[in-house]
Design a protein around this ligand. Sequence first.
Ligand code: PDD
Length: 290
Amino acid sequence: MIYLNGKFMPIEEARIPVLDRGFIFGDGVYEVIPVYSRKPFRLAEHLQRLQHSLDGIRLSNPHSDSEWSSLLEQLIDANDSEDQSLYLHVTRGVAKRDHAFPKGVAPTVFIMSNPLLTPPEELLATGVAAITATDNRWLRCDIKAISLLPNVLLRQMAIDSGAMEAVLLRDGFMTEGAASNIFIVKNETLLAPPKNHLMLPGITYDVVLELAATYKIRHEVRAVSEYEVLTADEILLTSSTREIMPITRLDGKPVGNGKPGVIFEVLYSLYQEYKLTVMRGGKAELKAED
Ligand code: PDD
């Protein structure tokens, strides 16, 4: 079952008019929210980022947080999997094609759920390959926009080179991945680029930094240079669906010793433990004094 503009229905029955501005202009924003044991993970944070994206494209939020929460809950119930990946999407609605905003048009709201397929153990044990690529996206990558053409092309460039992700570099510094945030480890310190308009403020990124602070893993939030990426001891990617994964090859060369590193192992198990605590209704806050 999916949700579209007020109704729940099978996805085969869902129809969008061709003049939807999402279809015509990519004029909309989205969220991907992981659900573990039927509980949305970090929902408040995802809804807050949705608001930031909507504000960024000057579209008013069609729902309050409690309405979103109830819609998501109904959709989770209507789907079979215990662990799901919710995709939530709001566009500026249907109107005659004209770049300027239409007046008095209702936004299109679409939510679907898919089974959440976290990375298999074999991949976590070997790590994945990535390539570096020039970040040629716009200057508002903090908005989770549905217009993802550069991300699509960058990700495909990675796939065509037998890799899974593109690590993006802009003006000599790392921004993020084509569909993930990227951390590196250098001299036993976890390095994360600071959130700004050049990257998506990842929810998993926040969890990783909170875990690092809580469990006293040495870390710094600062600009990470291309040289540091190319000579990193470890590289990690994070996203809501892929959680934390080790990148063990970059541009065809091994990262560090070519195996998942110690910081990855520690963060991965802390992340799994934290997930379980939250699912069992335990304390969700992790924020510790730095
Ligand atoms: N993408 N950066 C980009 C460009 C992303 O597309 C994503 C996630 C992230 C990670 O953010 P988070 O930890 O909040 O998922 C960073 C989602 C999963 C997607 O487009 O499918």
